[in-house]
Design a binder for this molecule. Structure first.
Ligand code: BDR
Ligand code: CA
Length: 306
């Protein structure tokens, strides 16, 4: 079977770490590049974390550092959720510095996309700054992108503001550029992320699944994306789950806009399920997930990370 080539754009981040693990150890995905962007914590920290993860997993995937700040918005991180360094609670080995490319993420993405014989799938699980810059600078890459499967946005309420989700709200202008890019988009937002839960009994099982399971367990104890007891939200794994197990989700094709101004709603995705805006669909939005099946899938996926 031909593996599906992907680029992960990320800000690890505890839930990012698990999504990356699942993708790296999957038999169906070929992670060609990991790019980093300021999000959960600073660009320096998320890049350091990506390199530490690769060293821990024993995987030699090139890493390229991207944008340090959103395009226009003031940068506000999520260290209140992921801890000061973004991935606290586990004693990782030293980062594999040799995997860090000298190129900016945008240039590295351009090269990987244009050199690939098969179209690449982009998997952004962080603010969309790098992807927006990529399309602004090198629109020619679009022809060799199969689709973008992103974690971000919401068709209902928010987790950063009343209506806004963290990845979109951190860089709304970038998100708008990506949603207007014309590239096929799958949006795995909060409608599924909030239901992709790992319960304490799952965490106990996961801890016994070897070193990756134990690492996950230690990070989970520090993760405040939901309490350890009431269920931890595996937001970013939803994007990877869609690639590997799309039957977990209910999907609707619709128009998604991004609210840039608005005294209470800036940074929210406007998911026009009823067609009020008279726009052509620009995304497939994951509206629901089978939470029970997700838990099972997630545990099986982590068990394969050896
Ligand atoms: C998103 O925000 C980040 O904190 C998570 O890593 C995820 O990508 C959820 O809103
Ligand atoms: Ca993330």
């Amino acid at each position: 079977m031909n593996k599906r080539p992907i680029i992960i754009d990320t800000d690890p981040g505890i839930d990012d770490a698990l999504a990356i693990a699942i993708a790296l150890f999957s038999e169906e995905l070929d992670v060609r590049l990991i790019t980093t962007v300021a999000g959960n914590v600073s660009l320096e920290n998320v890049t350091f974390n990506a390199l530490r993860l690769l060293s821990f997993f024993g995987k030699d995937v090139p890493v390229a550092k991207g944008a340090e700040f959103p395009l226009l918005a003031e940068f506000v991180d999520a260290s209140n959720v992921h801890g000061k360094t973004g991935m606290e609670g586990y004693d990782f080995p030293a980062p594999k510095e040799e995997l860090l490319l000298p190129d900016h993420a945008v240039n590295a993405m351009r090269r990987v996309i244009l050199e690939s014989p098969e179209p690449i799938t982009l998997v952004p699980i962080a603010p969309l700054t790098n992807i927006a810059l990529l399309f602004a600078l090198y629109p020619e890459v679009k022809k060799n992108i199969r689709e973008i499967v992103l974690m971000g946005g919401s068709a209902s309420r928010g987790n950063k503001g009343v209506m806004s989700e963290f990845n979109i709200a951190t860089d709304p202008e970038a998100a708008q550029m990506v949603f207007q890019s014309g590239v096929p988009i799958v949006m795995a937002g909060l409608d599924v992320g909030l239901k992709a839960l790992v319960y304490p009994e799952d965490s106990e099982e996961i801890q016994k699944m070897g070193r990756v399971g134990d690492m996950a367990y230690q990070l989970f104890k520090r993760y405040r994306g939901g309490s350890f007891k009431t269920g931890l939200k595996m937001y970013d794994s939803c994007a990877v789950a869609y690639l590997l197990c799309p039957e977990l989700f209910e999907v609707v094709e619709t128009y998604v806009g991004v609210e840039l101004r608005g005294s209470m709603t800036a940074g929210c995705t406007v998911v026009d399920l009823k067609g009020y805006l008279h726009q052509e669909p620009n995304a497939r939005v994951l509206l629901d997930i089978d939470g029970e099946k997700f838990r099972k899938w997630f545990k099986q996926a982590i068990a394969k990370c050896i």
